[in-house]
Ligand binder design. Structure first.
Ligand code: ZN
Length: 119
């Protein structure tokens, strides 16, 4: 498998987020954050983040003047997010999974420039 296409591991995501300027919780000023993980019995190994998704919603204005929406229930068009939760109050931050994947892979590629190790 091409490593750039493998899912991010929990460790890669944790390392990336810890490497950012860590913010206090905007609600309670707490500073202990926990990542939601996939702890189901059939969870893949190595352990992966418990990804969540936000569905895409399309709104339409009908001729009769009502507003209606359709929601995409599948993965197509959904926004995949990583969830970080304040351990003191439960405040939740969402991070775009693919944005983090792009940055982590770019950082990894930068580190291995000039070194074609198969790892
Ligand atoms: Zn908090």
């Amino acid at each position: 498998m091409n490593p750039s296409q493998a899912p991010l591991t929990l460790q890669e995501i944790d390392d990336f987020l810890v490497g950012l300027d860590k913010r206090k919780c905007p609600w309670c000023d707490g500073h202990h954050w926990g990542l939601h993980i996939d702890a189901a019995a059939d969870a893949p190994t190595p352990q992966q983040p418990g990804l969540r998704s936000l569905p895409r919603i399309r709104l339409a204005h009908s001729d009769s003047g009502t507003l209606s929406g359709t929601i995409a229930m599948g993965t197509e068009g959904s926004l995949m997010v990583i969830v970080a939760e304040c351990q003191a109050c439960g405040y939740i931050y969402l991070f775009n999974y693919f944005a983090i994947m792009k940055k982590v892979r770019a950082m990894a590629a930068g580190k291995t420039d000039g070194n074609d190790s198969p790892n």
